[in-house]
Design a binder for this molecule. Sequence first.
Ligand code: ASP
Ligand code: MG
Length: 412
Amino acid sequence: MPVLVMKFGGTSVANLDRIRRAAKRVGVEVAKGYDVIVIVSAMSGKTNELVGWVNETSPLFDAREYDAVVSSGENVTAGLMALTLQEMDVPARSWQGWQVPVKTTSAHSAARIEEIPPENITAKFNEGMRVAVVAGFQGVSPEGRITTLGRGGSDTTAVAFAAAFGAERCDIYTDVDGVYTTDPRVSDKARKLDKIAFEEMLELASLGAKVLQTRSVELAMRYKVRLRVLSSFEEQSDEAGTLVCDEEEIMESNVVAGVAFSRDEAKMTLISVADRPGIASIIFGCLSEAGVNVDMIVQNISEEGRTDMTFSLPTDQVSRAEKALGELKTSGGLNFAELDTELDVAKVSVVGIGMRSQSGVAAKMFKVLSDEGINIKVITTSEIKISVLIDRKYMELAVQALHDAFELEKAA
Ligand code: ASP
Ligand code: MG
């Protein structure tokens, strides 16, 4: 029988009532003839609570025990979902990650899925089980320890199962009814997209749109898993939500598909570092070892063999970066005059595969910002996106102005 993967996020399983609603949706697909793999998150708020308990018990925690604790929220919802389905006379059972097994790397709290052998679950489907309820977000390392996939990881569990089982589709049930041209809380003209290409979704997710874990989109793109994002609070229909799919499936699309933003950015500048081979490698090698995720990088024009190096990073990594660079200076590993930090910046990006073939998008974006009197601090581009770093207080204004200028409220 064809397989369907249905993933329910934390708000969709927040209490017994919602679990019942979700189970009914599963029942509808079972009645259509699908064998269903249901991936569940923990009840909303649960994972945060568990993380809090770990931090309170042991600030420099052993990551293996962190995973043992924070993966437990999903075990509860998996069991409850299986029981609810059984009450509806749907043959179902729960599976924890290690039971499947979901084999991952040993990078605790940020593990990657390496393999999901389908045999165990398939054998149960062959015996008449109709729904396998799998605890999302978790797996097992080669050492036999419980791992987790990073926050939001159940999305990735869902896509990985869809790939492993050749599922017809992977439906991600959440609290929004799809992917929007921008966050509707920032622009009231935001429009829900019927379809979006994998690559666009990948950029939007990594640039700050929070609907899907970035890694899940990466996997969906690699294995061509058709991914549908839809709300568990609205009536079900085959057209509901947003389909994330191959660009070939999209006939018409705007040059710009969406405007993404990320509020909690910081900008750091190393003033007066030597301009010679190896310097960038020393600076960014040091930051990477300290676990800092550097995003935009600009090297300024050099004068008399010295230059300034600017980069952006998430605000909550600033102290780690300052410490690492400070130590590098003290140890004689790098000479610089000053380290300048700006904490109140934000990143705004426009994304669209149409940019590959249409020029002028950057020029238009910069004009819009200049008309609003917004100063651009750093710019980066890729084939299908342009990002700027600006003062945080102008972020909403920039998003609205760009959404208007590129007429994203209108479909192509
Ligand atoms: N429960 C985990 C989290 O809150 C994983 C997930 O829901 O995707 O991050
Ligand atoms: Mg999520």
